[in-house]
Ligand binder design. Structure first.
Ligand code: XMP
Length: 513
């Protein structure tokens, strides 16, 4: 596909994905590649701009990552960030030293607004710093465009050559005007028009899949989650009836979820594809009988999923292409393209590798999660599917402590349904990033009417998080919790107590397993 592209060269910093996301938010397509990327390959990509990321090294360290000198003579604008800024200074003849005082955190930076990155930025602005080395002296031909009391060269530029550098991190939201700086780089300096939009991505992808697949047969494992749903719809628009989606209902889905997926993708649904729903609930319950260890439950569910999927694939016969919902963070996190296929498996516990297919298609491989959602909306997928919360592949199997039984699944489904309904009624659903009910393995004495009960306790979980790596328990207003508690104990048979989990992650996890 012929599109304007900015390349991020990754020197190992922790915010590298964010740089690419921010550039894409400017509607400019952006790819992350390791700094070891072959220069000829880089040239062949015809980038409109190059960004060097931060990284943990010191430019003077042994084996510190360097950039091939040729990159500076490509005639393409370069922006160095943090380590990338120091590297640029070092390689072009400036001086990098250990700073007398490390700067870490939000820092007030004095800006020279005549700098090309800073035309729309305030004279003094808060930026996120995280460095122990600094640029002590800018290379010849550069002028200094920002400073802090500690950092003599917080930003520098050589506009004639198209080289720009910032010691702070414009990609992090703590840098208040960082997005404006990145936008100035990609638009004003690199001259990108900002043509990366999901409608054109969808059209171009459908076209290229059509060409690649021709009359071939395509198989897709559909979980009902955002990624596999968007991948399936995209494929169906490209190959129509040559696509078969296999949806395995393992009996561990949220209440009504199986029917909802079928309503959208099944014969009465919105798409022209072959849909196979495999009702394998009993099969999974039988395999899980008596098993209490969470890891073992995960393994059993993953393994059984593969077996069911494989049986269906065999019934369909030789398939040319297998579709996977791999997305860009999977690609980046799994080593920039070296083993991208592997992580996408975790949703379904791993797909069989000996099903008879010739090639894998990953239509969302270059998209971030929010872009996948946007593409989903573009494809006309209903909003409630597109904005789904994350849901683990092993489903309620990991939200039931102890043995999984059909009865326990019913309890947790009903409790979860009420909880989700009340959170939505209270208008909290867009503020809380993930919330669900889980079933503890604890039964205790209660009283209902004039009768003694000895029933289960349901645990409610709700977290706010931006990356799902760390999380805080959400502060749900008491009246809402009270209402949820009331409804659950009254409406869900087998429950006489409701607990709220106020643990953050760490030390807890988001799931309750
Ligand atoms: P934890 O419990 O590890 O979860 O704090 C972090 C996020 O990952 C989700 N999660 C999963 N997602 N397959 C998935 O696709 C899984 O097996 C799985 N286990 C946990 C969890 O819901 C949370 O959003």
């Amino acid at each position: 596909m012929n599109r304007e592209c900015v390349v991020v060269l990754d020197f190992g910093g922790q915010y590298n994905q964010l740089i690419a996301r921010r550039v894409r938010e400017c509607n400019v397509y952006c790819e992350v590649h390791p700094y070891t990327l072959d220069v000829e390959k880089l040239k062949a990509m015809k980038p409109k701009g190059i960004i060097f990321t931060g990284g943990p090294n010191s430019v003077y360290g042994e084996d510190s990552p360097q950039c091939p000198e040729e990159v500076y003579s490509m005639g393409v604008p370069v922006l160095g960030i943090c380590y990338g800024a120091q590297l640029m200074a070092h390689q072009l003849g400036g001086k990098v030293e250990t700073a007398p005082v490390s700067e870490y955190g939000k820092t007030e930076v004095k800006i020279d607004r005549s700098g090309a990155l800073f035309r729309n930025v305030s004279d003094s602005t808060i930026c996120w710093m995280s460095h122990t080395d600094y640029i002590a002296q800018a290379p010849e031909g550069f002028r200094i465009t920002a400073k802090t009391p500690v950092c003599p060269v917080a930003a520098m530029e050589n506009s004639e050559k198209g080289f720009y550098a910032v010691q702070f991190h414009p990609e992090v939201l703590h840098t208040r005007e960082g997005t404006k700086m990145l936008e100035a780089f990609v638009k004003d300096i690199c001259g990108c028009e900002g043509t990366w939009k999901m409608d054109s991505f969808v059209d171009e992808t459908i076209k290229s899949i059509k060409e690649r697949v021709g009359d071939g047969k395509v198989l897709c494992a559909l979980s009902g989650g955002v990624d596999s749903s968007v991948a399936a719809v995209l494929m169906s628009k490209a190959v129509g009836r040559n696509l078969t989606c296999v949806f395995v209902d393992h009996g561990l889905l949220r209440k009504n979820e199986g029917d909802e997926v079928e309503a959208v993708f099944g014969p009465e649904g919105n798409y022209d594809l072959n849909f196979i729903r495999v009702n394998a609930q009993q099969r999974f319950y039988e395999k899980l009988a008596g098993v209490t260890d969470p890891e073992q439950k995960r393994k059993i569910i993953g393994e059984e999923f593969i077996r069911v999927f494989e049986e269906e694939a065999k019934k369909i016969g030789a398939v040319d292409f297998l579709v996977q919902g791999t997305i860009y963070p999977d690609v980046i996190e799994s080593g920039l393209g070296q083993s991208a296929v592997i992580k996408s498996h975790h949703n379904v516990g791993g797909l069989p590798d000996y099903v008879d297919f010739k090639e894998i298609i990953e239509p969302l491989r270059m998209l971030f999660k929010d872009e996948v959602r946007e593409a989903g909306l573009e494809l006309g997928i209903p909003e409630y599917l597109v904005f789904r919360q994350p849901f683990p592949g092993p489903g309620l199997g990991v939200r039931i402590i102890g043995e999984v039984t059909e009865e326990k699944v019913r309890i947790v489904q009903d409790a979860d349904y009420i909880y989700r309904e009340e959170i939505a009624n209270a208008g909290l659903d867009r503020n809380i990033n993930q919330y669900f009910a889980a079933l503890t393995n604890m039964r205790s004495v209660g009283v209902m009417g004039d009768f003694r009960t000895y029933d289960y306790a349901v645990a409610l979980r709700a977290v706010t998080t931006s990356d799902f790596m760390t999380a805080e328990a959400a502060e749900i207003p008491w009246p809402v919790l009270n209402k949820v508690m009331n409804r659950i104990v009254n409406e869900v048979k087998g429950v006489n107590r409701v607990l709220y989990d106020c643990t953050s992650k760490p030390p807890g996890t988001i799931e309750f397993e």
